[in-house]
Design a protein around this ligand. Sequence first.
Ligand SMILES: Cc1cc2nc3c(=O)[nH]c(=O)nc-3n(C[C@H](O)[C@H](O)[C@H](O)COP(=O)(O)OP(=O)(O)OC[C@H]3O[C@@H](n4cnc5c(N)ncnc54)[C@H](O)[C@@H]3O)c2cc1C
Length: 425
Amino acid sequence: MINGQCSMEKVDLIIIGAGPGGYRAAEYAAKQGLKVVIFEGSEVGGTCLNVGCIPTKTYVHSATFAEARERMASVVPQLRQGVETILSHPNITLVRENASFATTPLLLERLRVGESCSGMGLGEAPIIIATGSETKWLPIKGKEDPRVVDSTGLLNLETQPKRLAIIGAGVIGMEFASVFNRFGTEVTVIEYLKECLPALDSDIAKRLRKYLEKGGITFKMKTAVEDIADIDADVVLMATGRKPRVQADFANAGIEFDERKGVTVDDHFKTTVNGIFAIGDVNGKQMLAHAAEMQAIHVVNQIIGKPDNIRFDIMPAAIFTQPEAACVGPTEDQLKAEGLAYECRKSFWRANGKALAMGETEGMLKLFVSPEDGAILGCHAYGAHSADIVQEVSVLMCKHTTIAELADMVHIHPTLSEILKSAVE
Ligand SMILES: Cc1cc2nc3c(=O)[nH]c(=O)nc-3n(C[C@H](O)[C@H](O)[C@H](O)COP(=O)(O)OP(=O)(O)OC[C@H]3O[C@@H](n4cnc5c(N)ncnc54)[C@H](O)[C@@H]3O)c2cc1C
């Protein structure tokens, strides 16, 4: 249905949600010749494009709050238009409505999608649920205080706060702390745990936190907020994580889910109901835009019977503080806890010619390798463009490259990629 008109007779795939998971599934399936119907109850592009990755990275790459707002107002609609173009493929029907599962799975149409779409023959087609996630609000006393916002609320602020308190030193909290500190806002981060960014190697995380602290951010670690009234700030960002956006009506189709963990899926993103898949944040497995996209490809490949070798166990991730941090594979603490034999090779930005030339000398890389066969187990780093270096490691891991093989690979001089080469040498 486009503008109220159902236009498709035969449907091969139904997708709920047009974020990175949903729209990528639609684009890929349509190119493979499938007729796709995709439902989106809000703007296309999902969290990532509208209130997540893209607007936050526009903030990261702006010098002032005013510039960030101005750039966000042009970048986001431009990219959204790009997704609208993708979804205008002749094999795709975009339905601008929320979809829900009808009360009885015995109905021919499993989806309740509004009068205008009845009779579309949606009953037989596989379904991909890609409804994403939403802010997880902690039940802290005073959370209704008008000063309290989530990441979307912070991005919507029209005036720059003088003092910003951030509850939670996870990815979202740390990125906003770094950005607003640079804009000149007085930033305090309050975190219950001992260290920030729990997915990052604790050594790397600590160095990054100390560096940001020197840059002016106040960190109150091992501190639990009990009452918002105790916080002295103009704005309080609740950055205590995200939770999968599950709907009570999923149960109507017999889909198993948990409010906290999301829709239950197997390693191939199949739900407990045959023919229904759940990808992206809603399955709570790896809440990253690139994970959602690759899960989309994997599910469509299953539907069309095309084998693939996507390695979901090798999932690089980045944190866009300044400098940025990135990781792939286990942390040193995890390697120790699992009793795995490993060697840790380190290298530093301050010893790299390009980093010195750029004036970006803060940073450290840790490469974990197996002492038995030289296999690369993982890499954690912080420093300018560390995400690009970790991306290289992640490709090498997918190809089972050993460090001896890596040592034989030529790296351009002078580049930051030589930081990885130095770790091997
Ligand atoms: C502040 C912030 C910064 C982030 N930065 C990064 C980053 O730098 N890198 C990164 O990899 N990830 C980042 N993320 C995470 C990233 O945004 C998500 O992992 C990604 O958007 C998940 O994609 P998705 O398709 O699963 O869900 P979403 O992007 O959440 O999309 C789901 C879509 O489904 C729609 N929908 C929901 N229910 C229905 C329904 N019943 N019917 C129809 N439509 C429905 C929603 O309106 C939404 O458009 C960030 C997140 C936030 C909040």
